[in-house]
Design a protein around this ligand. Structure first.
Ligand code: F6P
Length: 363
């Protein structure tokens, strides 16, 4: 009986369960396939005894509606840079990819589907180069993968950000306040930009367009008369001032990535220092933005990705990633999938339209 291994890696994202369900449902249309899930990315394979679950019809029933991932996930188990705690408490990163390849072969998997973001797909590429028949499914709320027009989870994050923004508008208006709403997105400003357009923000600050504090202040002041007025700002967590750095918070132990967060407070401090008279409040949406149930668009995209990924297994299209291009589901090589990031182009029509709507980027 052919055996398929499925796993979710990196940060969770609404729609992961819909991908898993899509893979398993499609596999059940073929006679012999058995599908297993590795718990917590590749940790389920590393652990002895292994932590693998058989993905039966029962296990996947109705899961497309649920956020998170039934397989659990982690962003601290990159097989190429695996964090190992030393006796003195420091972390050393080890390459355990050869050990993983040996284990996957010993377990007799005929194919692996790795659902994850850019980091996970780099792992897929390494494993493919080492002989593992692997397929990637792109995932991230940040929408920063260039080989796909959109990733599932992004639209849900935008919806949550927009719903939150709408609530902040009414309270900003009631109190004549400046409301700063910080959203995730790492080095990409997609979530912030979409939410700013959808919500009707006065100011949107994104990493791709470093801001000039004086311009931000001027825009705020233009909205006040005799102390009355209000302003709603959306700031992407990676936003930074011209000639300044992004705001970092403490990275979790064992994580290979620096952790962004807190720019809403940096900005309000900068504005006060620069003489902003209006009262300012900060809201950091944090992980709320990637929790809960995926919206319909993400469920559909994720389901299509799942079905396609299994069909790629049948067609032995290994070393590739599923992709959404020009309103269609297609495939790209893992090489291409991991080549570059997808950032907001400051000269794009999207940014031009936002400017046309009166949104200031502080630049
Ligand atoms: O990449 C997804 C993301 O949610 C980013 O937007 C954010 O910077 C990061 O993950 C947060 O990571 P963690 O869940 O480890 O705090």
């Amino acid at each position: 009986m052919p055996k398929l291994l499925v796993l979710t890696g990196g940060g969770d994202c609404p729609g992961l369960n819909a991908v898993i369900r899509g893979i398993v449902k499609r596999s059940q249309k073929e006679k012999d396939w058995e599908v297993y899930g590795s718990i917590e990315a590749f940790n389920g394979v590393f652990r002895e005894p292994n932590e693998l679950v058989k993905l039966t019809r029962r296990r996947i029933a109705g899961i497309h509606v649920k956020g998170g991932t039934i397989l659990k996930t982690t962003n601290k188990s990159n097989p190429i840079k695996y964090p190992v705690e030393m006796p003195d408490g420091t972390i050393k990163f080890e390459d355990r990819s050869d050990e993983l390849v040996t284990k996957l072969k010993r377990l007799g998997f005929d194919a692996v589907i790795n659902i994850g973001g850019d980091g996970s797909q780099k792992i897929s590429k390494t494993l493919f180069d080492k002989g593992i028949p692997i397929i990637g499914v792109p995932k991230t709320i940040d929408n920063d993968l260039s080989a796909t027009d959109m990733t599932f989870g992004f639209q849900t994050a935008v919806q949550i950000a927009t719903d939150s923004f709408d609530k902040l508008v009414t309270t900003a208006e009631s109190h004549h306040r400046v409301m700063i709403m910080e959203v995730m997105g790492r080095d990409a400003g997609w979530i912030a930009l979409y939410a700013a357009i959808a919500g009707g923000a006065e100011i949107c600050l994104i990493p791709e367009i470093p801001y000039d504090l004086n311009k931000v202040l001027k825009r705020i002041e233009s909205r006040y008369k005799n102390g009355r007025g209000f302003v709603n700002i959306v700031v992407a967590e990676g936003a930074k001032p011209k000639d300044g750095a992004a705001t970092f918070s403490k990275a979790a132990k064992g994580s290979e990535h620096v952790k962004l967060g807190g720019v809403a407070f940096t900005l309000s401090h900068q504005l006060r220092e620069a003489g902003c008279k209006a009262e300012i409040r900060e809201t950091v949406l944090g992980h709320i933005i990637r929790g809960g149930t995926p919206i319909a668009f993400d469920r559909v995209l994720a389901s299509l990705f799942g079905v396609k990924a299994f069909e790629m297994v049948l067609d032995k299209e290994f070393g590739k990633m599923v992709s959404f291009k020009n309103n269609d589901i297609t495939t790209v090589s893992l090489e291409e999938a991991t080549r570059k990031y997808n950032f907001v182009d400051p000269d794009s029509n999207l940014v031009k339209a936002a400017r046309g709507l009166g949104i200031s980027f502080g630049a």
